[in-house]
Design a protein around this ligand. Structure first.
Ligand code: OXD
Ligand code: MN
Length: 562
């Protein structure tokens, strides 16, 4: 790892360019029976809802990789808590790693240290083993002083033995095992057993001008703006927005039937490009110090730079790109920072961190949002008709691919519940688990779908996004208060005309933001029929299929008035 002094007690790590993102194709859930881990796709179809490995293959893969893999390196033992140390909602892991970058990053992202061992006593913990897979002396040239072993990389989680084993990659979600591997993959299997939910969701608190505070959880695929929404700066006066978490929510219903959420993490591992003082000033302030940057560019005055920071860097400094090109300029045709470059900083440094972000009981959730990057056809916001319809909306989430994983190009990918890379068990059983949350006596949150990314015919965004998303949250909060500001449409409840606060927004094309092109929705339904039957097969819950058939019937009535 190449560590270069950056701004205020921070570090810049530049990786081997062969190790820059999560590797979904090499991520496996290990179970005795394949059906426990992944749905059975239609014959001849390649499954996309996770990868499975048998216990025997797993043992062989470990035997092939691990003996002697840390030779010559220092091994770190990291006891850590996901969630506040000692909280009944928290879980403990111990990660062994030969990467100092991982040890330093885990200190930011989790509560780590000997007090975790004190709480653990003789209790249960998740065993996490990580190696960069590059013993000394090296057998592969070292690039950027970042040892890794891309040819042999695997990230494996075995719910039955409560173990995570990761080899070959030092990068983010592949190596900081508390995050995706534990809090989502192993976490979702524990949640299913214990009757709660481990989700790829931000948590944000919003106080309206009348002083009513509500919390919202939102699931968007990786690099679709969860951190921005979690730290939103309202463009409407009188609103206070406070951040509980930007990536993961552990949620369970309490004895009063209220869904309560904790953020199991202790820091943010946010996507840097696009973040700036206009789009997310709170993130910029959070990463001013004590931050580990990865694959961003550096400036000659000891600062950092990435795409989107053009207005924030003084013109007389020179920039060294993440690839080490000195005096980098845009004319090189290469980006200064890698598109998946990151800032890793303590949540406590966020200027808008919620006073209850470490509450042992969690915060009460009034609404759940799903969303993705949908350039066409999908309106700015709509509400589900019911919990069951909301679960269907979550199962139907799609988004343009981003740089957070190894995919290339602007393809629209299905990403149910924004969990596609993070399911710890069969995604069909996961949908059943969500459906089973509907029980008498529970105050179920309302469910919405949002889309900040709809484009006009010229390819420009129709909605300003960022701080103006408060206008959508405001409408959602009104719905949570029971206000009659929604009207039915074939896909769900849409804002009644005039109920969305658009004061001060000129040039909004309301019709383009909310219209429901029949052709688009017919194609969407057809695509979902194919996707569900090919990918989930017999594991798709009947209730989800019934929701799809209901949608199909409703959109057949779509006409020119939408
Ligand atoms: C992340 C991701 O790092 O989703 O949070 O990729
Ligand atoms: Mn994420």
């Amino acid at each position: 790892m190449s560590l270069t002094v950056s701004i205020l007690l921070s570090w810049l790590a530049r990786t081997d360019p062969a190790d820059v993102a999560r590797v979904e194709s090499r991520t496996f859930v290990v179970t005795k029976r394949k059906q426990e881990a992944i749905p059975t796709p239609k014959s001849g179809i390649q499954g996309t809802l996770g990868n499975w490995m048998s216990m025997e293959q797993w043992k062989a893969a470990i035997q092939e990789r691990f003996p002697g893999c840390m030779t010559g390196r220092t091994m770190y033992v990291i006891p850590y808590s996901m969630g506040p140390v000692g909280s009944p909602l928290s879980k403990i892991g111990i990660e062994l790693t030969d990467s100092p970058y991982v040890a330093a990053s885990m200190r930011v992202m989790t509560r780590m240290g000997s007090d975790v061992l004190d709480v653990l006593g003789n209790g249960e913990f998740t065993k996490c083993l990580h190696s960069v897979g590059s013993p000394l002396p090296l057998s592969r040239p070292l690039v950027n002083n970042w040892p890794c072993n891309p040819d042999k990389t695997i990230v494996t989680q075995c719910p039955e033995t409560n173990e995570i084993v990761s080899f070959g990659s030092g990068y983010g979600g592949n190596s900081l095992l508390g995050k995706k591997a534990f809090a989502l993959r192993i976490g979702s299997t524990i949640a299913r057993k214990e009757g709660w939910l481990a989700e790829h969701m931000l948590i944000v608190g919003i106080t309206n001008p009348q002083g009513v505070k509500r919390y919202i959880a939102a699931a968007f695929p990786s690099a679709c703006g969860k951190t921005n929404l979690a730290m939103l700066t309202s463009t409407l006066p009188g609103y206070k927005v406070e951040c509980v978490g930007d990536d993961i929510a552990w949620m369970r219903f309490d004895k009063n039937g209220v869904l309560r959420a904790i953020n199991p993490e202790n820091g943010f591992f946010g996507v840097a490009p696009g973040t700036n003082m206009e789009t997310n000033p709170n993130a910029m302030k959070t990463c001013e110090k004590n931050t580990i940057f990865t694959n961003v560019a550096k400036t000659s005055d000891g600062g950092v730079f990435w795409e989107g920071m053009e207005k924030e860097v003084s013109p007389d400094v020179s920039i060294t790109s993440w690839l080490g090109e000195e005096k980098w300029t845009k004319s090189s045709g290469r980006s200064a920072a890698h598109p998946n470059s990151r800032f890793c900083c303590p949540a406590s440094q966020c200027p808008t961190i919620d006073p209850d972000w470490e509450s042992a009981d969690g915060v009460p959730i009034s609404a759940i949002l799903f969303g993705g990057r949908r350039p066409y056809g999908v309106p700015l916001v709509y509400e589900s008709f019911s919990w069951r319809h909301g679960v269907f909306i979550g199962a139907s989430v799609s988004s343009e691919a981003t740089a957070a994983a190894e995919f290339k190009g602007r393809v629209i990918m299905h990403d149910p519940f924004a969990m596609r890379p993070f399911f710890g068990y069969n995604a069909g059983h996961y949908l059943e688990h969500w459906l089973s949350m509907e029980k008498p006596g529970r105050k179920l949150p309302k469910i919405f779908h949002v889309n900040w990314f709809r484009k006009n015919a010229k390819g420009g965004y129709l909605w300003p996004g960022f701080g103006d998303n408060i206008r959508v949250l405001d409408w959602i909060l009104k719905r949570c208060e029971g206000e009659a500001v929604a009207q039915p449409s074939p896909i769900g409840l849409l804002p009644k005309p005039g109920s969305l606060n658009t004061d001060g927004l000129n040039d909004l094309d309301f019709n383009e933001l909310f219209n429901l092109p029949q052709r688009f929705w017919q194609d969407e339904v057809k695509d979902l029929e194919t996707y569900f039957s090919e990918q989930f097969g017999d594991d798709l819950p009947n209730k989800i299929l019934a929701e799809l058939q209901d949608l199909k019937k409703r959109i057949s009535h779509l006409g020119s008035d939408y």
